[in-house]
Design a protein around this ligand. Structure first.
Ligand code: PXG
Ligand code: PLP
Length: 445
């Protein structure tokens, strides 16, 4: 279906925008243009209603155009549109920091604001190095990420990230090494956490032997990988990473840009999997995607180390931050979003409904033989699609385009389809999403 005739955009306008993580040529030949959003649905340029099967980009668990968030943003923009982030402050950032800690494990109670997930990761990695330097261990500078990990688009993010396509073009990054991912053969179609795979944490011991703990600042993993297609940790795996990090004085960073604030049916991935890291990175759902914002949340001991060694009190303890750190409009959106999650008990709702979601997505197995794996946790699911013509990314793209035509937005990436419906999704909406996906898969046979 071609939608280009309906847009008033000129070719020059289409050409001028170099779109993020997009197939620019394909998009501009047949643009998929969204004009509005309300609740769980977008409206496209043709006036079609489209179900939001990924909650934006894992951002909008509350759905779109939430009145309390809209009002908070409108009020804030009229009251204080910008406030200098360095050396001066406004009340809302402190209120939001405290509100965020209500969602974090109790030990993580110091919040550094950023403008995105990528900046949150950059912040966590820089602070990890600086922390060890303050502790007199300035050789601890290397990082350990994990194969298939996604930690944002910055130089540090691609360095610790483990999705090959995001790395190959960019040459030298930060010195980083990678654990194997946890998609263990034989665990395909596991519901939730697999029993096998914990042993893959032992590779951390090997990496430490190779590089020595005296040279390693931090391990960074997503508790559940999102971008790579929803990879759920095996039972006991994260606990084992925690143990090894403790034994070797290495900081453990959980990148919770996707898993934070309810997606897992828990306040964080740390809570869902019962492992407490030293640092948690956040973004996306903190403002329900309405205004860009991220944060890195630290254990108090890390913060205290910088305060104790901060020099005279007119000096900066850490020379780090962003023009848009703690932006007042983002803070207003964040406060309203997190209050909405609490008031509607959405973390509990996702937890209660996730068995229904699990059953629903796993029904697809019998619908199509081209699915080689289905994974799920909370309100998230990933499907691996068997490749055709030696082109693993082709079928997922075709499936997602067919879904768009049917009135469903889903994410496609590499050989996967990703689903993450809004936290308020009803069973009937799950059924229709999965039925449509079944149809789109069958078109591939
Ligand atoms: N860490 C994780 C775990 C993420 O998922 C980032 C960092 C970077 O955040 P920013 O705000 O800088 O984009 C992310 C972002 C997908 C998809 O297809 C996921 C993300 C971004 C775009 C697409 O799953 N996650
Ligand atoms: N580049 C220049 C020239 C700048 O002046 C600044 C900020 O002042 C930046 C980059 C960083 O921008 P941001 O603080 O929005 O990350």
């Amino acid at each position: 279906m071609s939608h280009i005739a309906k847009t008033r955009l000129t070719q020059a306008q289409l050409d001028a925008h170099w779109m993020a993580y997009s197939g620019n040529r394909q998009f501009k030949a047949d643009p998929r243009l969204i004009v509005s959003a309300e609740g769980k649905y977008y409206t496209d340029l043709d006036g079609r209603k489209i179900f939001d099967g990924l909650s934006g980009l894992w951002t909008c668990g509350l759905g779109h155009s939430v009145p309390s968030i809209n009002e908070a943003v409108a009020k804030q923009v009229k009251t204080l549109d910008y406030s200098p982030a360095f050396q001066y402050g406004h009340e809302k950032s402190f209120e939001l920091a405290e509100k965020i800690t209500q969602f974090m494990p109790a030990e993580l109670n110091r919040v550094f604001f950023t403008g995105s997930g990528s900046e949150s990761v950059d912040t966590a990695l820089k602070i990890a190095r600086a922390y060890w330097r303050k502790k007199g261990k300035g050789t601890k500078v290397k990082f350990i990420g994990r194969a298939k990990g996604y930690h944002g688009a910055s130089v540090s993010g691609f360095s610790v990230g483990g999705i090959p396509a995001n790395r190959t073009l960019y040459g030298q990054g930060l010195e980083s090494y990678h654990l194997p991912h946890t998609q263990v053969p034989g665990t395909e179609f596991t519901k939730g956490m697999a029993e096998q795979g914990k042993e893959r944490a032992e590779d951390l011991v090997n990496l430490i032997t190779m590089h020595d703990a005296s040279n390693i600042a931090a391990v960074i993993v997503e508790p559940m990988s999102g971008s790579a297609g929803v990879i759920v940790p095996p039972q006991g795996y994260l606990q084992r990473l925690r143990e090894i990090c403790d034994q070797h004085d290495i900081l453990l960073i959980f990148d919770e840009v996707i898993t934070g604030f309810g997606r897992m049916g828990a306040k964080t991935g740390a809570e869902a999997f019962d492992v407490t890291p030293d640092v948690i990175t956040l973004a996306k759902q903190v403002t329900n995607g309405v205004i860009p914002m991220g944060a890195a949340v630290f254990k108090q001991e890390i913060y205290d180390t910088f305060m104790e060694q901060g020099g005279p009190d007119y000096m900066l303890e850490v020379p780090h931050g962003y023009t848009y750190s703690a932006h007042p409009i983002a803070c207003a959106a964040g406060l309203a979003s997190l209050e909405e999650i609490q008031q509607q008990n959405l973390v509990e709702r996702v937890k209660e409904m996730s068995p229904i979601w699990q059953d629903c997505v796993h029904q697809l197995r019998s619908v199509s033989p081209i699915i080689s794996d289905i994974r799920n946790y909370g309100f998230a699911a990933g499907l691996t699609i068997a490749p055709v013509d030696n082109e693993p990314a082709k079928r997922p793209f075709q499936i997602a385009m067919s879904m768009w035509d049917k009135g469903y937005y889903v994410r496609y990436g590499a050989d996967t389809i990703q689903l993450a419906p809004p936290f308020t999704t009803e069973k009937s909406e799950m059924d229709s999403l999965i039925n449509a996906l079944g149809d789109a898969l069958q078109e591939q046979h």
